[in-house]
Structures are given as C-alpha cells and as structure tokens.
Design a protein around this ligand. Structure first.
Ligand code: 0L1
Ligand code: MG
Length: 261
C-alpha cells in the first residue's frame, strides 16, 4: 500500500536521507503534485524539525543564481534555502567527504547583514545598504537525490542541496568594492580550474540579495541582522575527492581554502 505524501512526510524523508547519507529518487517521481509553493512549505517544515532538534538559523543561501549553472541543472529559476548552525566549517578544518553523500564545492561572495531587509520591492541598491560586511566563501552542496537529478520543487524541498559552508577571514566594506567585477579563481591543488566574476550572480551579488528578500517576503519572512547570506555559486560546483585541496582566490576578498579528507 502506498503512503500518502504530505509536507511533513517529505520534510522528514529528506532529513532522514541526509542523516543516513542515503540518496534517493526525486520526490516528484512519487508525488507529481509537489509544486513550488508546497516545496517551500516542505523546506520550512524541514527547518522546523531542525530547530526542534536544537539547531539555529544562521542565514539564507541563494542557489542556481548563475545562468551556466541553471542551464546545466536544467532549471531556469534561482531559489532560496536556509542556513543553520550545523553547516559552517571551522577555518582550517577539513571537509570530511565521507560525512556526506556526494559533495560538490562552489565559490561564493558572502554577505553579513547589518540590518533587517524586508521585501517586496527591494532593489539591489537598497539591499546593499543593509550589508555590513562582505567576504569570500566556499559552499559545499550535497543533494539528497541520486546523481543530483531533480526538478525545481524537488531541490527547493531539499533546502537547495545545502550541506556545509566555509567563510573567509578577510572582511571588507561592500560599499568600497565593485562586486560585479570582483574576480574569483577556483583551484584544485593549486591549479585553476575555473574563473568568474561577481557579475555571474544575477549580474551583481546584491541583485541576488534583493531576490532573497523579495522571495522570502511572499512567506511573510525577512532577512535578519547578523545573518550570513551565501549569494550563489560564481562557477559551476566541482566534485570533491579526498586528498584534494580546493581553494578560491578573490581579487579583494582574500582566499578560502578547504582540504578534503
Ligand atoms: O547552491 C546552489 O546553487 C545549489 C542549488 C541546488 C542545485 C544543486 O544542487 O546544484
Ligand atoms: Mg551555492
């Protein structure tokens, strides 16, 4: 007998897959009626389960913000997801790849908010006014779906494949930098494998921040002071191999280094 899908069941199934490091097929294969609005309810239900387990919200991430990544994943829309305090990697600590299913890493421009940002109607200029600091980061994504195969509602429900993130230690004033022109070199074991500028993220990372504020406002939510915002992968995400060191070097935002064990 097949069990009926609900928001709560989908949230629990995805959290179980994460905890067990067991990938699975897309939920929409079994629950084709899962639409985008319901998927965000699953994402929020998944967050409630984490909070009930003692976790704390640290911020918000944007996913699928760059056109090349959207094209590769076959999804033409950016999305938002929750960051919680079980995700940050301590500086210098390795990524234990065996703790995850099939982790991939992507370089990001990271904001910290100085004040609340509430949509709708937020523009990139207003959004940037709310940012107190900017730095470099690496996001580790780890879809709970086999082979990263999913539809937009699937990946929204799965909290945008979020797993871990590493933040740099060179904090800059965002108002003194041209973040669209900020350049990033993504390296594996010292060899550059990809390059991009901040313009890869919706034209400017502040556009991504505005998008997050406006998207969250549809659920009556704001971006809060002190939150970390991962504005989206600048390049495509690269698979991790134990023994590799992944490094993102930015023009003005410093370097973040992640050894993979
Ligand atoms: O941070 C991201 O852009 C990931 C969004 C989800 C898509 C993926 O798993 O690649
Ligand atoms: Mg990302």
């Amino acid at each position: 007998m097949s069990v009926e899908w609900t928001v709560e069941r989908a949230a629990a199934v995805l959290l179980e897959a994460e905890a067990a490091r067991a990938d699975r097929g897309p939920i929409t294969d079994e629950w084709p009626a899962l639409d985008l609005e319901t998927a965000y309810r699953v994402q929020d239900a998944r967050l409630r389960l984490k909070l009930a387990d003692g976790r704390r919200v640290t911020g918000v991430k944007l996913g699928l913000t760059s056109r090349p990544k959207q094209q590769r994943m076959g999804i033409d829309s950016p999305l938002t997801a929750w960051l919680t305090d079980d995700m940050p990697l301590p500086p210098g600590a390795p990524l234990i790849t065996g703790d995850l299913i099939h982790p991939r890493v992507e370089p990001e421009i990271v904001f910290v908010l100085g004040r609340r940002l509430t949509g709708p109607g937020i523009t990139a200029a207003t959004a940037l006014q709310a940012v107190s600091q900017v730095t470099a980061g690496l996001e580790v994504i780890d879809s709970r779906y086999t082979d990263f195969r999913f539809t937009l509602p699937d990946v929204v429900a799965d909290n945008a494949s979020s797993a871990r993130y590493l933040i740099g230690d060179l904090w800059r004033d965002p108002h003194t930098l041209d973040l669209a022109a900020e350049q990033c070199h993504l390296k594996i074991n010292g060899k550059t494998v990809d390059t991009a500028t901040g313009a890869a993220v919706q034209g400017h990372p502040a556009e991504a921040l505005a998008l997050a504020a406006n998207t969250l406002s549809r659920r009556g939510l704001s971006l809060e002071p002190g939150w970390t915002i991962l504005t989206g992968g600048l390049t495509d995400a690269i698979p991790t191999t134990p023994g590799d060191t992944i490094e993102a070097t930015f023009t003005n935002l410093g370097t973040v280094t992640l050894p993979c064990h």
